[in-house]
Design a protein around this ligand. Structure first.
Ligand code: PLP
Length: 414
């Protein structure tokens, strides 16, 4: 059905024509997306997030392999209880930004715990990591500075960099030689910041942080990482990519999210030197001009961090499950991108094939999602499977069986 714009009864014919022209532009954009096979539908979940969910239109429990719920904390009883307790004690929300009357003791407490978790001096909370990425670069870097950014960095990093006035250098994905070239080219800049995802979410590949830190030290640059797909479960204590690769003391600034492994509600943050965090509180626009994190969200995240600070067990529970999926799928003939990360992209190439296969998987009770352009490059469509610590071995075997069945049906494997 064609949509329409609201129109006052006495609107002129010229206005009506202009309104119709706008709608035609929108409809033709939408048609182009449908024709390209890259339409992103949204399935409706009618239960809590977890390894087994109910999905509108599907019968019975569905195995969920597409959440960033890496540690299974999204509906962990202690995390949920902490959210309820915070709601009761501190209310629904602050109706304020932090610097006016939106800072509660629980916000300070969570910032202190996150700084401790990452072993950095200080922490500032945001409503999301998208906001943390939007707010950082503009504050830190001016026109005399340079930012050197991996070409496949997350959209929020790209947008954040667009907002800052530093000179921009884009180096080839994880290519240390190209990064070195760009460091040489930017030699005259006052300050330089190398910017990379710790883990790239579309491919599940891990940034070569040791090499990046070596080059940064050689050329006098700072290093920033986005740890959204690492915080909580990479490294022996789940501190992230910097811990995994032994460079916690060589990476200067970390942005990450509370919306994935750390309880999965919402929120993001920056950890780093105290002076930087203080300056962000004074100048960072998404912090200054957006509401404080709601108490229940703070409560859930705080409990998640406490669980991880108390024991390494949860962080360590992932690796064997990830390898079970990766090995069994590879043996069956599929190509899985990335290395030992729980993001396991099943590479298919064609956008329509990825979307059809994902639909067929759901019919077999396994919820996965096809990713296509513009989220990934054209011709590199895939189904991105994400393993969670909450999956059982049987869950993983069922997913592999469903892939084999649908893969044969669509001629992806023989
Ligand atoms: N950075 C990366 C690498 C991400 O994958 C995401 C989430 O998709 C974000 C930033 C944004 O995180 P948030 O959901 O907290 O805004």
């Amino acid at each position: 059905q064609m949509s329409s714009l609201p129109r006052a009864a006495n609107a002129s014919r010229a206005y009506a024509a202009a309104a119709q022209a706008v709608l035609s532009v929108l409809e033709s954009e939408l048609d182009a997306i449908r024709t390209a096979g890259t339409w992103k539908g949204e399935r409706v979940i009618t239960s809590q997030q977890g390894p087994r969910i109910s999905v509108d239109g599907s019968r019975g429990d569905i195995l969920n392999f597409c959440a960033n719920n890496y540690l299974g904390l999204s509906n962990h009883p202690e995390v949920v209880k902490a959210g309820i307790d915070a709601l009761k004690k501190y209310g629904a929300g602050l109706s304020s930004v932090r610097f006016i009357c939106g800072t509660q003791s629980i916000h300070k407490n969570l910032e202190e715990k996150l700084a401790r978790f990452h072993e950095r001096e200080d922490c500032i909370l945001y409503a999301s990591c998208f906001d943390a990425n939007a707010g950082l670069f503009e504050v830190l870097l001016g026109p005399d500075d340079a930012v050197l950014s991996d070409e496949l960095n997350h959209a929020s990093i790209i947008d954040g960099i667009r907002l800052c006035r530093a000179k921009r250098f884009r180096y080839k994905h994880m290519d240390l030689n190209d990064l070195e070239e760009k460091l040489k080219e930017s030699r005259s800049s006052r300050m330089r910041l190398v910017v990379t995802d710790g883990v790239f979410s579309m491919d599940g590949d891990v940034a070569p942080l040791q090499g990046i830190c070596d080059l940064a030290e050689q050329y006098g640059a700072l290093v920033f990482i986005d740890e959204c797909h690492a915080t909580g479960f990479l490294g022996p204590r789940g501190r992230g990519t910097d811990e995994l690769l032994g460079v916690m003391d060589r990476v200067h600034i970390v942005n990450s999210t509370l919306g994935k492994a750390l309880g999965g509600a919402a929120g993001g943050y920056t950890v780093g030197p105290k002076a930087l965090i203080e300056l962000l509180r004074q100048r960072s626009r998404p912090y200054l001009f957006s509401n404080s994190l709601p108490p229940p969200v703070v409560g859930c995240a705080t409990r998640a961090v406490e669980l991880l600070l108390a024991s390494n067990e949860i962080a360590q529970s992932m690796a064997a499950k990830t390898m079970r999926f990766r090995n069994n799928m590879t043996q069956a003939g599929f190509t899985i991108s990335g290395t030992a990360h729980p993001i396991c992209p099943v590479m298919l190439g064609d956008a329509r094939l990825a979307s059809l296969m994902a639909d067929d998987m759901l019919k077999l009770g396994v919820y996965v999602i096809g990713f296509s352009y513009p989220v990934v490059p054209k011709g590199k469509a895939r189904i991105r499977v994400q393993i969670s610590a909450a999956h059982t071995d049987e869950d993983i075997d069922r997913a592999v069986d469903a892939f084999i069945q649908t893969g044969r049906k669509h001629g992806v494997i023989s």
